[in-house]
Structure formats: structure tokens, C-alpha cells
Design a protein. Structure first.
Length: 149
């Protein structure tokens, strides 16, 4: 029993420390993963945008639900930017891999903005949603301008 626990801990630690690429069979899988996550995020963000810009009636529940999804999704696509996934059908610029600290900073700004958007949407106040939507949109644009073709 004394050797079983250290062995189990070693196996568990080894499993946790496997690099992110191990979850993707091919670099194309990583690209597909990140595109999918970003597509879901964009879809729900667009729903909020339509309300914030007066193209759709404001529905506080839909806004809050969509903002919660946007916040969750804002944490997912980044692990799909693994080494080797800069080829193929991707709009990501090489700077994603050559300046990872800047890319990480942009991710963190987006995540902070989406957290604020989710909080604003929970209030049910359209003006708060509009303000947070604008800040989040700016974060998206800044990242696209710097890291996307």
C-alpha cells in the first residue's frame, strides 16, 4: 500500500503535465477546436450586440444567458494555439507564436472584459450592457488587429 500511493500520484502528475498538443491528434484539430470555440463566442456576442445596437429588442434573460456563454467561451480557444497549428486554414498571424506574452495579455484583457459584460448583463440594465458590450468589442478588435490576418 505504501508504494501504491506514490505510484498513483506519479501517474496522476504525469497525466496532468502532458503538453496541450497531446489532446490534438493533428495541428488541424487544434485549428478546428479554436475556430469552433470562437464561433460559439461570436454567435452569442452578436446576440448581445444586436440588442445593444437597437437591432433587436432588449431581452435581459437572453442577454444574461448569452453573456455567460461568452464569458465561458472566452477561456477556451487559447489552448488551440499550439505549436504547429500556425499552418493550414488559419487566420492567426505568426506573432501569436513569436510573441506569446503579448498574445496572452490580449487573451486576459478579453477575459476581463467578458467578465464585466456578464456582470452587466446580470443587472438587466440595457445601458450597463451597452457600455460593457462596447468595451468587450474593443478588446475583440484589438486582438484581431494585432493577431489576425
Amino acid at each position: 500500500m505504501k508504494t501504491a500511493l506514490p505510484l498513483a500520484l506519479t501517474i496522476a502528475l504525469g497525466a496532468v503535465s502532458v503538453p496541450a498538443m497531446a489532446q490534438f491528434q493533428k495541428p488541424e484539430d487544434a485549428v478546428k477546436y479554436r475556430k469552433s470555440a470562437l464561433t460559439v463566442m461570436a454567435n452569442h456576442f452578436s446576440r448581445i450586440g444586436a440588442m445593444a445596437n437597437g437591432r433587436a429588442p432588449f431581452d435581459a434573460k437572453v442577454a444574461a444567458d448569452s453573456a455567460a456563454i461568452v464569458e465561458t467561451m472566452s477561456r477556451l480557444p487559447w489552448e488551440g494555439f499550439v505549436a504547429g497549428s500556425d499552418k493550414g486554414e488559419t487566420a492567426a498571424l505568426p506573432v501569436v507564436w513569436t510573441e506569446p506574452a503579448k498574445f496572452k495579455e490580449a487573451q486576459e484583457k478579453l477575459q476581463a472584459a467578458t467578465t464585466q459584460l456578464a456582470a452587466a448583463a446580470k443587472t438587466g440594465n440595457l445601458d450597463s450592457v451597452k457600455t460593457a458590450f462596447g468595451a468587450t468589442a474593443q478588446s475583440c478588435k484589438a486582438c484581431h488587429d494585432a493577431f489576425r490576418k
